[in-house]
Design a protein around this ligand. Structure first.
Ligand code: AMP
Ligand code: ZN
Length: 141
């Protein structure tokens, strides 16, 4: 896609710090890292987000993910690692070419605050059943 910054990174017309490349995927350092080693993995095929991703693109993308994670782990020995994918502006997506963030975690002050505020009390077993059924119906269409 001609005006996509990540397509331009993949074709080399915009510079990047490449980590890994194969026929299907490209991985490079995030230019504004949250932590040391923050890496992005993208499919070479332009796909806007997870919702538009064909199965073969997903398969090839995730096939590379453990390699990237293990390389980051070996290089810096973080205490943990978050892999995050933002879909849609509301969820924080700013570049509309699918990318998976690898964010190694070092300590409480490393810049990523992941706070889960569970709504478990609202989602009784009956509600969960009904919500699950609504999703299952869509999978079976
Ligand atoms: P998101 O907010 O999930 O869409 O993430 C987009 C990410 O792309 C951000 O973390 C940016 O720092 C990163 N980014 C944007 N432009 C570049 C670039 N030219 N090279 C590397 N990373 C980039
Ligand atoms: Zn693109």
């Amino acid at each position: 896609m001609s005006d996509c910054i990540f397509c331009k990174i993949i074709d080399g017309s915009i510079p990047s710090t490449k980590i890994y490349e194969d026929e299907h995927v490209y991985a490079f350092m995030d230019v504004a890292p949250l932590t040391k080693g923050h890496t992005l993995l993208v499919p070479k095929q332009h796909v806007k987000d997870l919702l538009e991703m064909p199965e073969d693109v997903a398969r090839n993308l995730y096939a590379a993910a453990p390699k990237i994670a293990n390389a980051i782990q070996s290089a810096f020995n973080p205490q943990g690692m978050n892999t995050i994918n933002n879909n849609g502006s509301f969820a924080g997506q700013t570049v509309f070419h699918y990318h998976l963030h690898f964010i190694p975690r070092y300590d409480e002050t490393d810049g990523l605050k992941v706070k889960w505020e569970t709504k478990q009390s609202e989602f009784t077993q009956d509600v969960l059943k009904s919500v699950g059924e609504q999703i299952r119906e869509k999978l079976n269409q």
